[in-house]
Design a protein around this ligand. Structure first.
Ligand code: FMN
Length: 208
């Protein structure tokens, strides 16, 4: 069956229930589902239709286990850059950060990790893989598979390139763990449209 025919969840339902899933069941994902998710990703637009993306799908358990501590190191390196040195510096009320911190410990549970790469360094190539990544997450949602966008850190970049044999000129843009969620999909908290929009001139309300 064609991928488009398998992704039958209404678009509105997928868009309005797709949120960051950071806790996973270890169950493997059906191979066809992963292929469909990637097939949807590569339908995305890109600058000049350059399609400068490459999706490295990791599901080898030994590689996932080797990658997990690198992800954790990267996460804490990013925090250190922001002046955060340990769990005690993260507010218990900051649920998003608490959940991201837990993912740093638990990413190894995810049965699949997709490294979303750009075939060149620089902001242009990087920008062109962003729509594909959102396509990927929406297609995953339609198959009841969760995930979230994450980034790595320069401290681990070379080691991650080496671990997966990624050519040095290729930019690793995102690391997207995928798996069946522990927890639920659901409504994401977002600022109201009225706060982040204008009509015709900046600051004129779009909404009556
Ligand atoms: C560019 C970008 C980078 C992100 N980096 C991380 C990350 O490193 N770790 C993480 O756990 N989540 C990361 N996220 C996920 C966001 O924290 C998440 O999408 C946001 O908090 C909204 O979550 P929600 O959809 O559950 O409301 C990133 C998202 C984006 C778009």
């Amino acid at each position: 069956m064609a991928t488009g025919d398998r992704l039958t969840m209404p678009l509105g339902e997928a868009m309005f229930t797709q949120r960051a899933i950071r806790r996973f069941r270890p169950n493997p994902l059906p191979e066809q589902d992963v292929l469909d998710i990637l097939t949807a990703a590569v339908r995305a637009p890109s600058g000049g239709n350059s399609q400068p993306w490459h999706f490295l799908v990791v599901r080898d358990r030994a590689l996932l286990d080797e990658f997990a501590p690198l992800y954790r190191e990267a996460w804490w390196a990013k925090r250190r850059d922001a002046g955060i040195h340990g769990p005690e510096d993260i507010s218990p009320e900051d649920r998003s950060m608490q959940s991201a911190m837990r993912l740093a410990d638990e990413i190894g549970v995810a049965p699949v990790i997709v490294l979303v790469c750009a075939m060149a360094q620089g902001a242009g190539a990087m920008a062109s893989v962003i729509p594909a990544t959102q396509n990927l997450l929406l297609a995953a949602r339609a198959l009841d598979i969760g995930g979230t966008i994450t980034t790595l850190h320069r401290d681990v970049d070379e080691r991650v390139h080496r671990l997966f044999g990624i050519p040095s000129e290729v930019q690793i843009v995102y690391c997207v763990p995928l798996g069946y969620p522990r927890g639920r999909f659901g409504d994401a908290q977002r600022r109201a449209l009225a706060e982040v929009s204008s009509l015709d001139r900046w600051g004129q309300s779009l909404i009556e």
